[in-house]
Design a binder for this molecule. Structure first.
Ligand code: NAG
Ligand code: NAG
Length: 440
């Protein structure tokens, strides 16, 4: 066991929380926590320790100002976990029990308000992080659509904590009606919780549109400037039709996306392309087109709408990921030197991909903005740090069954030790701490 020196505390916007969090050691193992359930490999000098097991499907992990870990467990609710001096969890309690809670969870920068969601509804609670008690449940948004994508990611805007972002995915692989933001699908909306009507906003008719044309933007997180970065799950079973000829391109296209969504206090109605424009991963499927990785394409170009139309209209992703990676959650480390993304893994590709955590190196540009190091057409803008030993043979029966972990939550430890990630494999909900090599 060694004590980790905390580097410069993140200057998290509007948050005095990090400065108060104590240092914790990295445990070699935690008593009472069974071994990692699935075989894994670590790369680049990272190591992994299992911090919690025996949970329901872990979907989201956030932290309060006391350094307690809050976990959303699909169909169970929200649990709260304290840490002992050995760096392991020393108490666990249910904070909010409710089998409708399935994914979304966030906490205000002052730790006084918790937000969580079901497929149709988002709620807030007053929270006391010292007593670890909630009170005053309110419905803040209701009436979200149901469909094939049921997670409703929720995030507090750090530079204006009255604002929350709330996401709804498409209700089909190609949800053509979602081209209109009034459907309230394939969209992220902004709501001012300080003005929420009693009984909550109606998702489809109220709030403002932050971005739309987002097929299923399950993960999004703010950089230190309050600019949000989202990871998007793109479509399955794709073909490309040109001059009447239809080709199967599904194994390596379309790319999953990393979108720069902008500052939610400023950006409105940005369009990211779905259900018309998709992103190239492997350009070899688009011969003689001039398209590169990261370019937009249409499934079936015609005389009024072709690839160039997309590339003129839709906001392009800032980086793309291998088709069918299924990115679920993203987070920055201290100072936003890197972003980390959990890949839930695929069913629509043989061999399978995903079932891993990747690191995306970021840099701070001269104008003070944060940006990935790699150019937008890169296929190597991220690297693996942790994953299933043999991801190509991982099965994906339904959303949460597999012979491998199904990685979800991605959250940088406020005590500075590394990256917490979750698994929502229905056989066992687990949480691991991934520790970077010394000096990183
Ligand atoms: C957990 O550990 C902390 C730090 O050692 C201690 O203050 C706290 O009382 C412990 N809580 C439980 C429930 O053991
Ligand atoms: C051309 O393609 C666009 C985008 O896919 C589609 O909306 C439109 O209906 C198509 N037009 C014709 C005539 O097929």
């Amino acid at each position: 066991m060694h004590l980790f020196k905390i580097a410069a505390v993140v200057a998290a916007l509007g948050s005095g929380a990090d400065a108060a969090v104590r240092q914790l050691p990295v445990p070699k193992s935690c008593s009472g926590v069974a071994a990692m359930r699935y075989q894994y490999k670590v790369e680049g000098g990272w190591s992994a320790v299992k911090i919690a097991g025996g949970l329901k499907q872990v979907r989201t992990v956030v932290w309060d100002s006391e350094g307690n870990m809050l976990v959303s467990q699909n169909t169970r609710g929200i649990s709260v976990h304290t840490f002992g001096a050995d760096g392991c969890i020393n108490s666990t309690a249910m904070l909010i029990s409710g089998n409708q809670i399935n994914h979304g969870l966030d906490i205000s920068p002052d730790s006084k308000t918790i937000y969580a969601s079901s497929e149709t509804t988002a709620w807030s609670w007053s929270y006391d992080p010292v007593a670890r008690k909630i009170s005053n449940q309110k419905t803040i948004v209701k009436g979200m659509s149901t469909g094939i994508h049921s997670s409703r990611t929720i995030a507090v805007v750090p530079q204006n904590p009255n604002l929350i972002l709330l996401q709804v995915g498409s209700n089909a692989n190609f949800d053509m009606a979602s081209a209109s933001p009034s459907t309230g699908r394939a969209i992220i909306k902004v709501f001012d919780v300080s003005k929420a009507p009693s009984g909550g906003y109606n998702y489809n008719t109220e709030g403002e549109v932050f971005g739309y044309g987002l097929r299923n933007e399950i993960g999004f997180t703010a950089d230190p400037n309050g600019v949000f970065w989202g990871v998007e799950n793109s479509g399955d079973d794709f073909t490309r039709t040109e001059n009447g000829q239809r080709r199967d391109i599904h194994t390596d296209n379309p790319a999953e996306k990393l979108n720069n969504l902008g500052d939610p206090t400023k950006v409105r109605n940005a369009w990211y392309g779905y259900p018309t424009c998709f992103t190239v991963w492997n350009a070899a499927n688009f011969p003689n087109s001039g398209l590169k990785t990261g370019s937009h394409f249409v499934v079936s170009p015609n005389s009024t709408y072709n690839d160039a139309t997309c590339n003129g209209k839709a906001v392009a992703p800032r980086l793309s990921f291998q088709a069918h990676s299924a990115p679920i959650a993203n987070t920055f480390d201290a100072g936003a030197k890197n972003m980390y993304v959990t890949f839930h893994g695929s069913w629509d590709r043989q061999p399978a991909t995903g079932f891993k955590v990747v690191q995306i190196p970021f840099t701070k540009l001269a104008d003070g903005s944060y940006d990935p190091v790699a150019p937008a057409d890169s296929m190597t803008g991220y690297k693996d740090i942790f994953g299933a030993t043999n991801p190509g043979s991982c099965t994906a029966n339904g959303l949460t069954m597999s012979n491998c972990f199904r990685l979800t939550a991605s959250s940088w430890d406020p005590a500075g030790r590394g990256l917490f990630v979750g698994s929502d494999n229905s056989a066992e909900g687990e949480i691991y701490l991934l520790v970077p090599p010394a000096g990183q």
